[in-house]
Design a protein around this ligand. Structure first.
Ligand code: NAP
Length: 469
C-alpha cells in the first residue's frame, strides 16, 4: 500500500517536472518569437500556454491539501486581470507597472511566509536568496505603484528633488542590505525581519520621487528586471527550477530592454535614475519667442505627396494618441495605388513604449517589409522626396546632432531634415516628451500641417482620392 502511494507520488512528481520543462521551453520560445513582428503572435500564444502549463503543474503538487483558497485567489486574479488586459494601448506602460507591483507583492509575501516557517534555522544560502527576494520584491512593489501613479497622472509627474537625496536613498538601501547580512549570520533574529521588508518598501517610493513621469517607461523596464530577479530568488527558496528560469528570463530581458531604451535616448542609467530629466527644458521652451513657420492645408499636402516618387512616413506618439494608424494605412494604400513608393521609418523609442509603432502599424495591416528600422532608412532620406511626420517630434529633432547644449544631444534620430520636403502633422507647436523646441519646424523645406493626426490624415486621403468612406 505504502509502496503503491510512493510510486503514484513519484509518477506525479515526474509529470510535474515534464510540464514545467515544457512551460520553460515555451517561455524561451515566446521571447524569441516576440522579437520579430512576423512571429510575435506565436510568441504571445507560447507565453500564454506556458503560463497555463506552469499553473496547472503547480496545482498538481502533492503538497496541496485544500483547493478552496487557491480557487478564490484564481477567481480574484482573473477578475482583476481581464479588465487590466483591456486598457488602451497608450496606457500599457502603467498597466505593465501594475502587473510588476502585483508580482513583486506576491514574491514579498511568499518570502515572508518562508522566513517565519523556517526561522531560526535558515541555512546561509537560503537566507541570502530569501533576503534578495524580499528586498527586491519590496522595493519593486512600491516603486511600480509609484511609477504607475505617475504615468496615469494620479501623482505629480515632475521630479521632486532635494539636496543630498541620492545619499538619503542609498542609505536606506544600505541599511536594508546590512540587516540582510546580519540575518544571514543570525537567522534567529526574527525581530529584524520586518525592517528588512519595511525599508525597501520606503526605498521604492523614494527611488521614484526624483524621476520625472517622462522617464517612467525606462524605469518600468528596470523594475521589470528587479521583479524577475526577485522571482528567480524565490525559485531558489522554493526549490522551483521553473521559477528560476522564468525569473531569470524576465530579469535579463527587462534589463536588456532598459539598456536598449537608454541607448536610443542617449541616456545613461544613472542619468535616468538620478537625472530629473524633462523639467528644466519645459520651462526654457515656454519662455522663448514664437518663430515663424510655414503651414499648409490638406489639399496642398495631398498634391505634394501625389507628385512625389518616394515618401517616408515617420509615425510618433501623436499618431498613437490620435489612433490614426488605420487612416495612415488608407493614405499608404491611396499613394501606393498612384505609384508612389511609401515606406515607414521606425525610431526605436518613438511613442511611449518599445515597439509602440510596430504594434500600431501591424494592427493596421501595413506590410512588415515597408517598416524600416532607423539604421536602414537613415541613408535613404537624401533621396526621399517627402518625409511625412505624423505626431512624432523628439525622434526627428536635428538638435540631437548639432546642439551640444540640448538635453537630447547625441540621441540617434531619424534624419528627416535631409529629405527634399518635410511635412509635419501635429496640433500646434507644443514640444514632445523631452520638452524642447524642434528646429526642424523652422526650416525653409518644412511645412507644418496643423491638426489632429487622425482627421488631418483623413483629409489628405480624401484629397488624394482614396479611403474607405
Ligand atoms: P514626442 O516627442 O513625444 O512628440 C509627440 C508629438 O505628438 C507632440 O509634439 C505633440 O504635439 C504631437 N501630438 C500629440 N497628440 C497629437 C494628436 N492627437 N495629433 C497630432 N499630433 C499630436 O514623440 P516621439 O517623437 O514619438 O518621441 C518619443 C519620445 O518619448 C522620445 O523623446 C523618447 O525618448 C521618449 N520615450 C520613448 C519611450 C519608448 O519606449 N518608446 C520610452 C520612454 C521615453 P502637439 O501637442 O503640438 O500636437
Amino acid at each position: 500500500m505504502i509502496n503503491e502511494s510512493m510510486t503514484t507520488l513519484a509518477g506525479s512528481q515526474t509529470l510535474i517536472e515534464i510540464v514545467y520543462l515544457i512551460a520553460s521551453a515555451l517561455f524561451i520560445l515566446s521571447l524569441k518569437w516576440m522579437s520579430s513582428p512576423t512571429t510575435a503572435r506565436h510568441g504571445v500564444w507560447a507565453g500564454e500556454i506556458g503560463m497555463v502549463l506552469a499553473i496547472a503543474g503547480t496545482l498538481l503538487h502533492h503538497g496541496i491539501i485544500d483547493y478552496k483558497w487557491i480557487i478564490i485567489a484564481l477567481v480574484l486574479g482573473t477578475g482583476i486581470g481581464i479588465p487590466l488586459g483591456m486598457v488602451q494601448m497608450t496606457a500599457v506602460p502603467q498597466r505593465t507597472a501594475l502587473s510588476h507591483a502585483f508580482g513583486a507583492f506576491c514574491v514579498t509575501l511568499v518570502g515572508t511566509a518562508e522566513f517565519y516557517l523556517r526561522t531560526p534555522t535558515v541555512p546561509r544560502f537560503m537566507m541570502s536568496v530569501l533576503s534578495i527576494e524580499v528586498i527586491l520584491g519590496g522595493l519593486t512593489f512600491t516603486g511600480s505603484l509609484m511609477a504607475a501613479g505617475k504615468l496615469q497622472e494620479l501623482l505629480p509627474q515632475r521630479p521632486i528633488t532635494y539636496r543630498g537625496q541620492n545619499i538619503v536613498n542609498l542609505s536606506f538601501l544600505a541599511v536594508a542590505v546590512g540587516i540582510a547580512i546580519y540575518l544571514v549570520i543570525h537567522p534567529g533574529a526574527r525581530q529584524l525581519f520586518p525592517f528588512m521588508i519595511g525599508i525597501p518598501l520606503i526605498f521604492g517610493v523614494l527611488m521614484i520621487i526624483p524621476i520625472g513621469g517622462a522617464d517612467m517607461p525606462t524605469v518600468i523596464s528596470l523594475l521589470n528586471s528587479y521583479a524577475g530577479l526577485s522571482a528567480a530568488a524565490m525559485g531558489f527558496v522554493l526549490d522551483s527550477k521553473l521559477l528560476i528560469i522564468a525569473g531569470a528570463l524576465d530579469g535579463s530581458s527587462g534589463f536588456i530592454l532598459s539598456v536598449i531604451m537608454s541607448k536610443a535616448m542617449n541616456r545613461s542609467f544613472s542619468n535616468v535614475l538620478f537625472g530629473a530629466f524633462g523639467q528644466v527644458q519645459i520651462a526654457a521652451a515656454a519662455g522663448e519667442e514664437a518663430k515663424p513657420v510655414r503651414s499648409a492645408t490638406a489639399e496642398e499636402a495631398a498634391s505634394i505627396l501625389t507628385a512625389a516618387n518616394k515618401v517616408v512616413i515617420v509615425p510618433g506618439y501623436g499618431m498613437a494618441v490620435a489612433q490614426a494608424q488605420h487612416k495612415v494605412r488608407e493614405l499608404y494604400d491611396a499613394l501606393t495605388k498612384r505609384g508612389v513608393d511609401v515606406r515607414f521609418a521606425i525610431h526605436p523609442v518613438a511613442g511611449r513604449m518599445p515597439g509602440h509603432m510596430n504594434v500600431l502599424l501591424a494592427e493596421a495591416d501595413i506590410p512588415y517589409d515597408r517598416l524600416m528600422e532607423m539604421d536602414e532608412i537613415n541613408g535613404d532620406f537624401a533621396q526621399t522626396d517627402v518625409a511625412l511626420i505624423i505626431g512624432a517630434n523628439d525622434v526627428t529633432n536635428p538638435a540631437a546632432r548639432t546642439d551640444a547644449g540640448s538635453p537630447i544631444y547625441g540621441m540617434p534620430i531619424l534624419d528627416v531634415d535631409k529629405a527634399r520636403t518635410v511635412m509635419v502633422i501635429k496640433r500646434g507647436m507644443s514640444p514632445g516628451f523631452a520638452g524642447i523646441d524642434n528646429p526642424l519646424y523652422y526650416l525653409d523645406k518644412t511645412l507644418m500641417l496643423f491638426g489632429d493626426a487622425k482627421s488631418f490624415v483623413n483629409n489628405i486621403v480624401r484629397e488624394v482620392g482614396g479611403g474607405h468612406g
